[in-house]
Design a protein. Structure first.
Length: 198
């Protein structure tokens, strides 16, 4: 699938703001997408996501709740393929935390999915995505309950715009989307991007 892009919404809709990725990808599905782009709500099926990636994708975009210390509703664009993303999971007890090898299908963080993908690729000879991005949202509440908090719900349409912008950058021959490194705040209060620094 040369040039193929997979946008994967992950998270547990029964844990409040952890359902951000699911809601954002559902909202994205209302927009027409290029033929080389798949947008899929994986929910808590992170193992299925890892196996689907064995089909071969050039770019993977994970959409998930991502706790990085900002105000609730803050959006992050993280280049996980740059190796400088740090922990991406919603909380310190996530199985995706460094040193944790537990594969719990109901708590698959981006870290865990990427670790499992690496293992599968090593065992099968498959090629992982050339580029892996995370569109994350700072959660307010990750606890039992259905529905997003107000700031996270307000960030969903902004995340959709961010994803559509990314797709325009990822068009074939589009080299505008460069790898990113350190975090810098943008003018928008609910969006923080990571850009490469010289």
């Amino acid at each position: 699938m040369s040039g193929a892009v997979l946008i994967a919404g992950i998270g547990n809709v029964f844990l409040g703001d952890d359902g951000f990725g699911v809601e954002a990808v559902r909202a994205l599905s209302a927009h027409p997408l290029p033929a080389h782009v798949e947008a899929v709500d994986f929910g808590v099926r992170g193992v299925h996501l890892a196996y689907q990636l064995l089909d071969g994708y050039d770019t993977l975009v994970l959409v998930d709740a991502t706790a990085r210390g900002g105000a609730p509703g803050t959006l992050y664009l993280i280049d996980a393929s740059a190796g400088e993303a740090g922990p991406l999971s919603p909380g310190p007890d996530s199985p995706g935390s460094p040193g944790a090898a537990v594969l719990d299908g109901h708590h698959m963080s981006p870290d865990t999915v990427l670790a499992l993908l690496g293992t599968l690729c090593a065992g099968t000879g498959a090629t992982p995505p050339r580029r892996t991005l995370v569109v994350g949202c700072e959660p307010a509440l990750v606890e039992e309950g259905i529905g997003l908090s107000d700031p996270v719900a307000a960030a969903v349409p902004q995340a959709v715009r961010m994803l559509l912008d990314l797709l325009r950058e990822e068009e074939p021959q589009g080299a505008a989307a460069e790898a990113v490194g350190t975090a810098t705040a943008t003018a928008h209060p609910n969006r923080r991007e990571l850009r490469r620094t010289p």
